[in-house]
Design a protein around this ligand. Structure first.
Ligand code: 13P
Length: 229
C-alpha cells in the first residue's frame, strides 16, 4: 500500500521537521511492502532522512528563470526531490490550471524522470449523473498524458469528497477504480476524506493501491495510525 500525505498550505518548516521526527519513530514498525510519501509546502522542503519519500506539491516546468512565485528544477534538485503531484483538483479549480497546461507540466517532469502522482476527480454534478458520466469525465483528464509512463501513480480524488468529511462509498470507489484500471494499468490511490476511521475499509477495497490523505495527515498520530493499520 502507498500512504501519501498532502499537507497543502499547512505546516511550517519547523512543524514539518517535528512531524518528520515523530513520524520516523512511529514508522519503525512499518511493513516493508508499504511506502510512505510526504508532500509538505515548498517552504518546508529540506534534506530529511527517513523511511519515506519527500515530494513537492507543485513546481513550474523550468529549470530556473523569471516565473515569480514559482519554483523549478534547480530548487528541487537542492533537496534531491524527484516526486511531484500534478493535476490536483485544487490546482485545476482554484488556480485555474487547464488540461493543456497540466499536460505540459506532466511531460516536463516526465522528461526529467520524476515520479508523478497524477490526480483526477469529478465534481458532484458529474457524480450525480451516474457511473458512465463519471468515467467519461475522468478519462478526459488523461488527455495528453502518457499513461504508460513507468513512474506514474494515479490518484482518484472525487472533488466532493475532498475536505468535506464525506468519503466516497466503498461501492463508488470499487466501481470507479475497476473502470479506470481497464484503461490505465498503474498504481491507483484513492483520496477524499480518508481518515483513521475509514482507512481499513478503504484499503481493503479491490483496486485500491493506496491513499492520498489531506486533513487527516496533518496530525502525525493520525497519519501514522493509518500507515500502521
Ligand atoms: P482530504 O483528505 O482533506 O479530503 O484531502 C484529500 C486530498 O485532496 C489529498 O490530496
Amino acid at each position: 500500500m502507498i500512504f501519501a500525505a498532502n499537507f497543502k498550505t499547512n505546516h511550517t518548516r519547523a512543524t514539518t521537521k517535528a512531524y518528520i521526527e515523530a513520524l520516523n519513530e512511529k514508522l519503525f514498525t512499518k511493513r516493508v511492502q508499504d511506502s510512505v510519501y510526504i508532500f509538505p509546502p515548498s517552504t518546508a522542503l529540506d534534506h530529511y532522512k527517513g523511511n519515506f519519500t519527500l515530494g513537492v506539491q507543485n513546481a513550474y516546468m523550468t529549470r530556473n528563470g523569471a516565473y515569480t512565485g514559482e519554483i523549478g528544477l534547480e530548487q528541487l534538485e537542492e533537496f534531491s526531490i524527484k516526486t511531484i503531484l500534478v493535476g490536483h483538483s485544487e490546482r485545476r479549480e482554484i488556480l485555474g490550471e487547464k488540461q493543456e497546461f497540466i499536460t505540459e507540466k506532466f511531460s516536463y517532469f516526465k522528461e526529467h524522470g520524476f515520479e508523478i502522482i497524477y490526480c483526477i476527480g469529478e465534481p458532484l454534478e458529474i457524480r450525480e449523473q451516474g457511473d458512465e458520466a463519471v468515467i467519461e469525465y475522468l478519462l478526459a483528464q488523461f488527455e495528453g498524458i502518457d499513461t504508460s509512463y513507468e513512474k506514474l501513480i494515479v490518484a482518484y480524488e472525487p472533488i466532493w469528497a475532498i475536505g468535506t468529511g464525506r468519503s466516497a462509498t466503498t461501492e463508488e470507489i470499487e466501481n470507479t477504480h475497476a473502470a479506470l484500471k481497464k484503461t490505465i494499468q498503474k498504481p491507483l490511490l484513492y483520496g477524499g476524506s480518508v481518515k483513521p476511521e475509514n482507512i481499513k475499509e478503504i484499503t481493503n477495497i479491490r483496486g485500491v493501491d493506496g491513499v492520498l490523505v489531506g486533513s487527516a495527515s496533518l496530525d502525525v498520530e493520525s497519519f501514522s495510525k493509518m500507515v500502521l493499520i
